[in-house]
Design a protein around this ligand. Structure first.
Ligand code: ATP
Ligand code: MG
Ligand code: MG
Length: 554
């Protein structure tokens, strides 16, 4: 086993530990806003934070950053918890920024009293105009020097619901000329007469992210508050807010930034994913085409494959775009080891073995997974009439066609060698039946000389009278553009792939009669498939999870 090198955040932690920071004060958090479902980008942050927790035996809180009641819902809280658990991580404590509303309010009052916060009663346009630009300093507004008393009275009035939305805001009094625009008297509170999913109608004012986030980290005594690179400029403000409330002997949280995950051929903003759901472009947050954790799960992704993916992409400070095929690679690697092999035919054509007895049936032995000895064997039924894949037969085949054609031999997987003899066609010249003969002595595993004979290829099949009819959902990428939300003049919805879902009738071997939602299989030569949650009594639905890289050979 090779020693893994440390990523830069581990390096920072190692350095602080060797400078005397006590290991038992290490504490991390994962802070989702419950305004949507988790996506594969969140998985990177989850694996990072919870990975540090495991490595340093430190607690990791799940903190819901629920300071914006307009967009947050209990449904999202529940889904986030389910997804985290499924990914295999355990949080130390379940916390909510909304639990800290009173503490945050008290701190805001303290800041007003200290002269570091004030009520501004201008329109947002006027405030924006005074803020300046990155190259031009801002100017002080007319309310900046309000008295402490007036500020306290107004702030209490805001809290009590005396004022309309937009009438007043609480701002930090920092520096309207700072080179960092975020330091030019940022908002701390706004009036919002909204129902909050946890605090109901208790509050008429809600704290802004920048104020709430660092103070929440402080309350929970988070040592390393890890976020994505967009927050680099926020760090100065994060520290400033902490300086207003920090007491000696406590841990002062530090913010560290890493590069977010970008994946091609998809979008990851929750706002855009929500739009896909609301406009019924997909069938819910867990649509198997979605980059959400629940969508990937329903598609057939394993938690281990997502964790592996996060491990491979690593943690760094430079943004890049990861190829979706890397995620699929991780999945295939995992499923190859764990998914039982079965036979299914998705584009069926009838094959008749003319020299096989009419009412005979044999139950042939088939290996469940050649990658896993403990997976054992099962029996598959064989009879005179089979389905094979339409594309596995060509009447006039080129020499390099390693499948069935007239006058040539192939093996039927786990069964016999057959030879193409003739075809039956309908009035439109479409082949409706393929007639073959079989070599009775060639059964796989029989050890006979005939069974050792080399043939061009091996085909999968199902016995028509034993096969189960199923619905199979085949997916293609959801977007036809590598970066659908990067276009200035075009909306990302203009890049939807119109054929991202195709539904076909598939026939599967009868061993699958009692499958349960979530079970995963390799359909030999076709790819990995899992049982969809729409499966019910008398109706089996499969999702195609991912294709095989290489077709197997026997
Ligand atoms: P979105 O922009 O998709 O709405 P968000 O960052 O607003 O995402 P949050 O719920 O606030 O979503 O995110 C929770 C945590 O997950 C944050 O720490 C955030 O930095 C992290 N995160 C979100 N998206 C990514 C991503 N693509 N890569 C890595 N981490 C991410
Ligand atoms: Mg957010
Ligand atoms: Mg965001």
């Amino acid at each position: 086993t090779e020693e893994k090198s440390l990523h830069f955040i581990e390096q920072i932690i190692e350095d602080s530990l060797s400078n005397g920071f006590p290991q038992d004060k290490l504490r991390f958090r994962f802070p989702p806003e419950p305004n949507g479902y988790l996506h594969i980008g969140h998985a990177k942050s989850i694996c990072l934070n919870f990975g540090l927790g495991l490595k340093y035996n430190a607690p990791v809180n799940l903190r819901f950053d629920d300071t914006n009641p307009a967009k947050e819902e209990q449904e999202y809280v529940d889904a986030i918890k389910e997804d985290l658990q499924w990914l295999g991580f355990n949080w130390a404590e379940e916390r909510y920024a909304s639990d800290y509303f009173q503490q945050l309010y008290d701190w805001a009052v303290k800041m007003i009293k200290n002269g570091t916060a004030y009520i501004d009663s201008q329109s947002s346009e006027d405030m924006a105009a005074q803020k300046g630009t990155p190259t031009q300093p801002g100017v002080d507004g007319p309310f900046r020097n309000r008295s402490v008393e007036e500020n306290l009275t107004l702030f209490e009035g805001m809290k009590n619901g005396d004022f309309e939305e937009g009438s007043h805001v609480l701002r930090a009094k920092i520096d309207m000329t700072s080179t960092n625009m975020l330091m030019r008297d940022p908002l701390m509170y706004r009036v919002l007469h909204r129902h909050h999913h946890r605090t109901g109608n208790d509050w008429k004012i809600y704290p802004m992210y920048d104020f709430a986030h660092g103070e929440s980290d402080y309350i929970e005594q988070i040592s390393h508050s890890i976020c994505t690179l967009e927050f680099v400029m926020h760090r100065e403000l994060y520290n400033w807010f902490l300086d207003q409330i920090y007491e000696d002997s406590k841990v002062k949280p530090h913010q560290y930034e890493f590069a977010r995950l970008n994946l091609n051929y998809t979008v990851m903003s929750k706002r855009k994913l929500l739009q896909l759901v609301q406009e019924n472009i997909v069938n819910g947050w867990d649509d198997p085409r979605m980059p959400t954790i629940s969508g990937l799960r329903r598609r057939g992704y394993t938690a281990a494959s997502i964790r592996k993916f996060c491990e491979i992409i690593g943690v760094a400070k430079r943004e890049n775009i990861i190829d979706f095929s890397l995620l699929e690679f991780c999945l295939r690697e995992d499923l190859n080891k764990t998914a039982p092999r079965v036979m299914a035919v998705l584009d069926s054509i009838k094959l008749v073995i003319t020299n096989y007895p009419e009412d005979k049936e044999e139950w042939l032995e088939a290996e469940n997974n050649q990658e896993d000895e403990s997976a054992g064997f099962r029996k598959v039924p064989f009879s005179k009439e089979l389905f094979i894949e339409r594309e596995d037969f060509l009447e006039d085949a080129p020499a390099k066609f390693f499948r069935l054609s007239l006058g040539r031999e192939v093996r039927l997987k786990n069964a016999y060698i057959i030879k193409g003899e003739s075809v039956i066609k309908d009035a439109a010249e479409n082949i409706t039946e393929i007639h073959v003969t079989y070599d009775e002595d060639s059964r796989s595993g029989s050890g006979s000389e005939a069974s050792q004979r080399k043939v061009a290829g091996t085909l999968h099949w199902v016995s028509i009278k034993h096969a189960l009819e199923t619905e199979v959902r085949l997916y293609d990428r959801l977007f036809i553009d590598e970066a659908p939300d990067s276009h200035k003049e075009k909306n990302f919805l203009e890049f939807m792939n119109p054929s991202s879902l195709q539904i076909v009738k598939g026939f599967v071997e009868p061993s699958l009669a009692t499958v349960q939602s979530g079970e995963k299989f390799q359909f030999q030569r076709l790819g990995y498939f899992n049982v969809d949650k729409d499966t019910a009594e008398g109706k089996i639905v499969f999702n195609k999870t991912v294709g095989l890289k290489d077709a197997w050979e026997e």
